[in-house]
Design a protein around this ligand. Structure first.
Ligand SMILES: Cc1cc2nc3c(=O)[nH]c(=O)nc-3n(C[C@H](O)[C@H](O)[C@H](O)COP(=O)(O)OP(=O)(O)OC[C@H]3O[C@@H](n4cnc5c(N)ncnc54)[C@H](O)[C@@H]3O)c2cc1C
Length: 369
């Protein structure tokens, strides 16, 4: 007997939504399920006081990929937001990424020549470190003590929940120094935030699909599988295989969203707090993503958190142990018939939104020919 749907798509995040759109457009019957009460996965926005709040962390769309940029612009219009975060260390503000403004704030250097000379001077004591043994040694070798202690150490230790001397050096491969007065965080050609927030993009992608929210695939697995010929799974790969090789590790985050009775709290969308003693890593003021003029504002304090079952898995810990476990799950996945795996959780990877869209488009081209 023919199943009701050609594809059951588990997860209404960006990956699932792009695939569902592409499959539906090619005449496939799709059912999309998500365990959360809303679609969009981690790019979901919740409206609070008329402001689109990036509910699972600040999301800035940026890409060099022309195909992806043209694709998303078919569904929504992007504003001209440019990410120019600030760092707050002991009450002083520094521009990011490291550029001529930052060097001026750190040392008063005014020209690229002065800044280059100062960085060389800062690095000199660590030139003898041939093979950095940990993140601290790596950062000192690349940028010297001043930049490390004010802008890198505390922030990174909070993010990973470990001392910089216990973190692997490869986390920082290089420090992107820019010798111009340019605070644009990204080098990509295209950047912005969808007008009306990310839900507008997801709603447009899913407009022709059947979507069931608040539906955990694992609570209804047999029944849902029976409804469709094939499955695209975008949840956690270890959960799909019932943790048979053990659990993959993640870092989690905790978000404290607050409505404030002021029209402008910090004058910028993103301010990082780089001191170890301040427990949050950044404060996001959401209205600045959309140049909002509302009388109130919404800010989010972002706290790094240890992962445990029941908490949201945000950042994969791609160390040797987890990579080995993932490879074993991947082999099982490759041998599954009529089940596709895609998205950040099934591939146990961090992927920006543009890479997520590109990967979903590629998969749909491959399997929906
Ligand atoms: C804090 C943070 C900030 C980020 N900022 C940026 C940024 O500024 N720019 C950028 O380009 N990218 C950013 N990203 C990356 C971006 O979030 C991802 O590219 C994108 O969300 C990946 O989409 P996805 O569909 O793969 O995963 P997700 O968005 O996680 O979607 C997966 C969906 O599957 C659902 N699901 C899981 N298990 C089940 C189940 N058993 N049953 C039913 N449903 C299930 C989940 O509820 C979820 O909705 C950021 C990521 C994080 C963590």
């Amino acid at each position: 007997m023919k199943a009701t749907y050609d594809y059951l798509i588990v997860g209404a995040g960006l990956f699932g939504a792009v695939f569902a759109h592409e499959a539906t457009r090619r005449g496939k019957r799709c059912l999309v399920v998500d365990k959360r009460p809303h679609a969009g996965g981690n790019i979901y926005c919740r409206e609070m006081d008329g402001i689109q709040v990036h509910y699972y962390g600040a999301h800035i769309f940026h890409t060099d990929n022309r195909r992806v940029w043209d694709y998303v612009n078919r569904f929504v219009t992007f504003n001209r937001f440019t990410n120019s975060p600030l760092a707050n260390f002991e009450g002083r503000l520094y521009n990011l990424p490291f550029n001529m403004n930052t060097f001026y704030q750190l040392w008063g250097t005014r020209t690229p020549e002065e800044a280059r000379a100062r960085i060389e001077q800062e690095r000199a004591p660590y030139a003898g470190i041939a093979e950095p043994r940990n993140l601290e040694e790596q950062a000192l070798k690349l940028g010297g003590r001043d930049i490390y202690e004010r802008l890198i150490k505390g922030y990174t230790e909070k993010q990973w929940g470990r001392a910089a001397t216990e973190l692997p050096a490869f986390i920082i491969r290089r420090l992107p120094f820019r010798f111009t007065f340019d605070n644009n965080y990204f080098n990509d050609r295209y950047q912005g935030i969808p007008e009306g927030g990310y839900n507008a993009l997801i709603d447009a992608l899913l407009s022709e699909c059947e979507v069931r929210l608040g539906t955990d695939y694992f609570a209804h697995r047999a029944e849902l599988d029976a409804l469709s010929d094939a499955v695209l799974f975008t949840g956690c790969i270890d959960e799909y295989f019932e943790y048979c090789f053990g659990r993959l590790e993640y870092r989690s985050l905790r978000f404290d969203h607050r409505v404030l009775e002021t029209d402008n709290f910090q004058g910028n969308a993103v301010v990082n707090y780089t001191e170890r003693s301040i427990p949050y890593t950044r404060i996001i003021e959401h209205k600045h993503f959309a140049f909002g003029t509302q009388p109130t504002t919404v800010v989010t304090y972002e706290y790094p958190d240890d992962f445990a079952p029941g908490k949201e898995p945000y950042y994969p810990v791609n160390d040797e142990r987890n990579s080995r476990i993932y490879d074993r799950y991947r082999t099982l996945a490759d041998n599954c018939v009529d089940v596709l795996f895609g998205g950040r959780l099934a591939q146990y990877t961090y992927a920006d939104m543009d890479d997520t869209v590109e990967a979903a488009l590629r998969l749909s081209e491959e399997v929906l020919r």
